[in-house]
Design a protein around this ligand. Structure first.
Ligand code: F6P
Length: 360
């Protein structure tokens, strides 16, 4: 049996641990393993295909990033190709990809990615490719699995930042607004905000009003707590508004959202007269060593993906349904977007302990 592994979409701490576990468990079955570099690009002649051996995956479980590299511009069904006049056109190169995989003798692919990569995997399965998915995202926004690896590391990074902002905010009686990742889902903001004891948490799932945010800050001020910490997800928006787009995306990429922390800090300062500062945590959340939790989950996912290949579970992804690792159809996982449930106990608990979501 000859299998291949690829990593697509934004990177997440734990990718290397999945690659290592999938490779070692496949080798343990007597299979050979290829690594497709940079998402699907390696199967389109745009990057390399390399052998993965026990030697090549040695010492990588604790490393962030991905030894196979990645891209969020590599959709083979709409591959961005630059034209002679400099403009970009999306071209369907899926047939070429399948042909190249066949010529390389690849009998099955383990595709590690978020909702975008999994949707591509599903379309390739429908065209006859044998693929098993492994869900990945620091945003934790893939349904069908309790959590994805990378999320715990991102939350840990955000908590560290909040802890550090606390001491300086308190020293200066300032309001600090921290922007964390989460284009469509507010899990990072919610979990880090509650664990880091923020005063206000703003997420895409609960649109807020500036007056409520300012009231939370001023109420705290009146009680003698002169500083405040606000954690805002990059995709969060005011009631009746939309998330702000920041910068230009590259062709084939998702829209880039962000900049909310800076705008919010200015609005709060203008309205309350309190000194406000902002900070964007950005890609720091995607880097660094995976936490022990993420390493273990990623390793379990890698081992389970090889088992799913052995079981012929094409079009399925591995998933955590505590305490078990199971497989679920990718179509089922993608049918419903995973978002923070405003009635979830973490939100309710936050409200009970006085954290404002700016909506009331
Ligand atoms: O999808 C995960 C994510 O972390 C989003 O929260 C964020 O908007 C996006 O990746 C940014 O990706 P990049 O900057 O790599 O395009």
């Amino acid at each position: 049996m000859r299998i291949a592994i690829s990593t697509g979409g934004g990177d997440a701490p734990g990718l290397n641990a999945v690659i290592r576990a999938a490779t070692l468990s496949a080798i343990g079955r007597g299979w050979t393993v290829l690594g497709i570099k940079r998402g699907y690009a390696g199967l389109l002649g745009e990057d390399e295909v390399v052998p993965l051996t026990a030697e090549s995956v040695r010492g990588i479980a604790h490393l962030g990033g991905t030894i196979l590299r990645t891209t969020n511009r590599g959709n083979p069904f709409g591959f961005p190709v630059q034209q002679k006049d400099g403009s970009w056109k999306e071209v369907d190169r899926s047939g070429e990809l399948i042909e190249n995989a066949r010529n390389l003798g690849i009998q099955a692919l383990i595709s590690i990615g978020g909702d975008g990569s999994l949707a591509i995997a599903q379309r390739l399965v429908e065209k006859g490719m044998r693929i098993v998915g492994v869900p990945k995202t620091i945003d934790n926004d893939v349904s069908g699995t309790v959590t994805t690896f990378g999320f715990d590391t991102a939350v840990t990074t955000a908590i560290e930042a909040i802890d550090k902002l606390h001491t300086t905010a308190e020293s200066h009686d300032r309001v600090m607004v921290l922007e964390v990742m989460g284009r469509d889902a507010g899990f990072i903001a919610l979990h880090s905000g509650v664990s880091g004891t923020a005063d206000v948490i703003l997420i895409p799932e609960i649109p807020w009003k500036l007056e409520h945010v300012c009231e939370a800050v001023m109420e705290r001020d009146r009680s003698g707590r002169k500083f405040a910490i606000i954690v805002v997800a990059e995709g969060a928006a005011e009631q009746g508004g939309v998330a702000s787009i920041i910068g230009e995306s590259m062709p084939g990429q998702n829209r880039r959202v962000g900049g909310i922390a800076q705008r919010l800090a200015k609005s709060i300062q203008d309205r309350t007269g309190k000194e406000c500062r902002s900070m964007v945590l950005g890609h720091l959340q995607r880097g660094g060593m995976p936490t022990g939790y993420d390493r273990l989950l990623a390793t379990r996912f890698g081992g389970a993906a090889t088992q799913a290949v052995a079981d012929g579970k094409w079009g399925h992804m591995v998933a955590l349904q505590t305490p078990h690792i199971v497989t679920v159809p990718i179509t089922e996982a993608l049918a419903v977007a995973k978002r923070v449930d405003p009635d979830h106990d973490v939100v309710q608990t936050a409200r009970r302990i006085g954290i404002s979501f700016g909506d009331r």
